[in-house]
Design a protein around this ligand. Structure first.
Ligand code: GDP
Ligand code: MN
Length: 387
């Protein structure tokens, strides 16, 4: 699960990380009113899940309420397109109006999971701001890492090393950065984060250490014990197809190609995508109906896959174990009748009740439905259909 910057900021504040005062608004008038009540210069920031807002013109310093009016109007009526959104961009429904700060230097601080080391890692860099991806790619040495002990947490000497790596020596700034790093590590552990990032952490011209942007992702598997985070959930920011899939206990992953994949099981999904690529195709998505799928669930799966306009052909690859092939066949037939197949659907079924499934499909006599003998045959057929 992701949250907005303003929600991440509130978690930071609770953990003792200093953040400039701000207000969330949903219309231009409230943005202007927020500026008037704060006075001075503010920064107007689009609240969307994707980053790269600064470069896209969706983080704007505004000196007067009139500038805030213009910035708010622009952001609420244009979709934000950045490296992280794809060409379709993201609609902006909320804005953060925050007191602007005068920046002396921008830093980067983040906690992520290091899967190889099987522990969490804190990363800091003096090269914070909007180009951190390039820093990581071109000068990885400019990022300093310290790992968090699974039982003892972030040890004091490690925090000190991180602060030192930021090049901070002035007493109050060392104290400030120590609070920020410890606060972020605490949030990461207590909130079941998969990412907790402050970019940039800044030193202001008057020497204060402040977080002026925050990004947090949470492990969905931990949400059952995170009631406060569950309240922050904003379904309007999610991909509507992913939401529909979730509601039906299906997992749906959108990709860039043009072949939709309906499979049961994550391993089968991976091998299905591999074999499609081997035969020159590109998957548009995969939808995993899981082990114990119902006819309704599988029908919904077809609806979701066929709703994607990128999909020019579908490969159904089911290995019937707990999920029986005849259930999938029934779903296929229901979907064909209810939704209608607007593209060719290649089907490879194997396993429990496969004979019955083949009979059902043959009897239904559905146009656009192509049966395959085995997986290689199925991949070849679907690739030929979309070529
Ligand atoms: P992102 O581009 O989506 O990561 O949005 P950020 O909130 O990180 O803002 C992008 C950039 O805008 C920052 O790196 C800063 O350089 C600048 N910025 C953001 N807030 C302020 C502010 O209060 N004062 C000044 N001077 N610059 C700011
Ligand atoms: Mn940022």
């Amino acid at each position: 699960m992701k949250v907005h910057e303003y929600q991440a900021r509130s978690l930071l504040e609770e953990a003792g990380v200093p953040v400039p005062a701000s207000k969330v608004v949903e219309n231009v008038a409230d943005a202007v009113a927020a500026h008037e009540s704060m006075g001075g210069t503010v920064v107007v920031k689009a609240q969307v899940f994707a980053g790269g807002r600064g470069k896209a013109g969706f983080v704007k310093l505004c000196q007067t309420p009139d500038e805030t009016r213009q910035a708010a109007e622009f952001m609420l009526t244009n979709r934000m397109v950045s490296k992280q959104t794809g060409p379709e961009g993201a609609a902006v429904k909320k804005l953060l109006v925050a007191e602007a700060v005068e920046i002396d230097k921008e830093y980067y601080v983040a906690v992520v999971l290091d899967r190889a080391k099987r522990r969490s890692v804190v990363m800091v860099s003096r090269e914070g701001g909007v180009e951190i991806e390039e820093v990581a790619a071109n000068t990885p040495d400019a990022i300093h890492k310290e790992w968090i002990h699974p039982h003892l947490g972030l040890l004091g000497f490690k925090t000190a090393r991180l602060v030192n790596a930021l090049g901070l020596t002035e007493k109050d700034q060392v104290k400030g950065a120590t609070r920020v790093i410890n606060g972020l590590a605490k949030i990461f552990a207590q909130c079941d984060c998969s990412l907790a990032e402050i970019n940039p952490l800044v030193r202001t011209k008057d020497g204060r250490i402040l977080a002026i942007d925050a990004k947090m992702n949470f492990d969905d598997s931990g949400l059952f014990r995170q009631p406060k985070l569950r309240e922050m959930y904003d379904p309007s920011e999610e991909d509507p197809n992913e939401l529909r899939a979730k509601e039906h206990g299906l997992s749906y992953i959108p990709l860039d190609g043009n072949i939709g994949c309906l499979v049961n099981g994550a391993g089968l999904a991976m091998s299905t995508m591999d074999i499609i690529k081997l035969h020159g195709g590109e998957p548009a998505n995969f939808l995993d109906v899981g082990g114990s799928v119902s006819t309704e669930g599988a029908t919904e799966a077809f609806r979701i896959i066929l709703a994607d306009s990128k999909v020019k052909g579908v490969l159904v690859n089911i290995f019937g174990g707990i999920a029986k092939c005849d259930t999938i066949a029934e779903a296929l037939i229901t979907a064909a009748r209810e939704v209608g197949f607007n593209v060719p659907v290649v089907v490879r079924l194997e396993g429990t009740n496969v004979e019955r499934a083949r009979e059902l499909i043959a009897e239904a006599n559905i146009e656009q439905l192509i049966t395959a003998d085995d997986l290689a045959d199925a991949a070849k057929k679907v690739c030929a259909q979309v070529a």
